[in-house]
Design a binder for this molecule. Structure first.
Ligand code: NAD
Length: 283
């Protein structure tokens, strides 16, 4: 039966490491989270972010704007944050209300402060193997794979999903770690057959328990990014967890797997952005 990869514990260790590094600095890395309206799904996430950031020693604040905020006003706020020397990281919480174009907002953020890693400049850096800010969720997946001791070089990795925020950057990171990567998606012909070839399977589709037990090769490492509600309203991943257990070698639970890593990696990105932007070398 599969080993459970404890994302909560890995995230706690990562945050403790960040706190120790910040304690040695003579400034507090600044993070500003901008929230427009009050999408209930992101509410818990924003509160958890604030708490984790403060506990690790960041100067963190959430800027709450009304749901009817105009795009031009949001862009002006971002311009102010871009030139504010105390601000190292800017994150605009998605989804945004319909009058605001997310692409315009993301492109307006200074790439050096783009701690979500969604700016086209950072996506381009990742694709061209240059240092930059990397999207938090796929970055968290890499931490989990390393914590689980999964062999990466030469391993056959399959990424389920090709979104800009998870699937695509996941492909780049696994490739950079010398995996042989296949990306499968909604138009893939035989999803189960592709998944069965995976020694590492990263599921990021947003379909409750899409991946069944017999899609999983014996001993595979399964990272489940999905956050879904099943028919009974219970929080489940993209992988049928109970079915996967007898097949997989290691697996992340939902909740308690990838989720906690995302916030920890946001904080890691903020510290990295602060050091790079301020030209600080750690002792
Ligand atoms: P998305 O909807 O942008 O992308 C989903 C991808 O899955 C698409 O590329 C699509 O081609 C593919 N897909 C959809 N249905 C499919 C099917 N039936 N078969 C094969 N492929 C299919 O989603 P996303 O933003 O990448 O998020 C994916 C999931 O991960 C969601 O459940 C989301 O809630 C979760 N998520 C979790 C975290 C976290 O912190 N744990 C962060 C981001 C996203």
């Amino acid at each position: 039966t599969a080993r459970i990869i404890d994302g909560k514990a890995v995230a706690e260790a990562l945050r403790a490491g960040l706190a120790a590094r910040i304690a040695r600095l003579n400034f507090r890395p600044g993070l500003r989270v901008v929230r427009v309206g009050d999408d209930p799904a992101s509410g818990v996430y924003v509160r958890n972010k604030d708490r984790a950031a403060a506990a690790a020693g960041f100067d963190s604040a959430t800027i709450q704007l009304p749901a009817e905020t105009r795009e031009s006003d949001l862009l002006m706020l971002i311009a102010d944050l871009n030139i504010d020397p105390a601000v190292d990281g800017i994150l605009v919480q998605l989804p945004l209300p319909p009058q605001i174009r997310p692409d315009m907002v993301i492109a307006a953020i200074d790439p050096e402060k783009d701690v979500d890693g969604f700016h086209p400049v950072n996506a381009g850096r990742l694709a061209t193997q240059q240092p930059g800010l990397v999207p938090c969720t796929p970055k968290g997946v890499m931490h989990l794979l390393r914590a689980a001791g999964t062999a990466l070089a030469g391993a056959r990795a399959v990424v389920l999903g090709r979104s800009q925020i998870v699937g695509r950057p996941m492909l780049q990171l696994l490739l950079a770690a010398d995996c042989t990567v296949t990306v499968v998606h909604s138009r893939t012909r035989d999803l189960p057959a592709e998944c069965r070839r995976a020694e590492i399977l990263v599921a990021a589709v947003g379909r409750a328990e899409l991946v069944r037990g017999d899609w999983i090769a014996a001993g595979a490492t399964i990272i489940d990014v999905g956050i879904n509600r099943d028919a009974a309203g219970k929080l489940v991943g993209d992988v049928a967890f109970a079915e996967a257990l007898p097949h997989a070698g290691a697996i992340t639970p939902v909740p308690g797997g990838v989720g906690p890593m995302t916030i920890a990696c946001l904080l890691e990105n903020t510290l990295e952005a602060a050091l790079a932007r301020r030209g600080v070398a750690e002792a």
